[in-house]
Write a new protein. Sequence first.
Length: 168
Amino acid sequence: MTAVRPATPDDAQAIAEIQVETWRAAYVGLMPHELLDGLDVNESTRTWRHWLTVEGTAQFLAERSGAAVGFASVGPSRHEPESGEVYSIYVRPDAWGTGSGWALMDAAAAWLADRWQEAILWVAEENPRARRFYERYGWVAESTRVEEVLPGAEVPEVLYRLSGLGER
């Protein structure tokens, strides 16, 4: 069974470890290998320690048997002032298919629904696993863009929208 709770700055290292591990598993072939090889848990921990204190955002940690297996980060949309946004949601590869992602998305959607009627998220176009998950949850693909992840390295992304948050 997955338990989800609000994350605290003390969870920064666990979140960083999940992010690095998940990126290295999910983004092989999507992101430049230099980017994946260069991911640093210590640097990411510092970033997350700060991010976990930003007003107006929320982060959630999923745990199974007391071990951190995933996280989600949400807040106001960076692109649409009238929407919320799922900035990130990641689950360790060994916890894929356990319901942890669904539990995190439920927590994220509930937090967003208290503030907005709809939310957006961006996902790599060539990430079929994540896209299937979002679509099963009710997110609808809307448009695409190309994001530069490193100088000269671009990743096509799809914008997804979840409307009717207050009705869920």
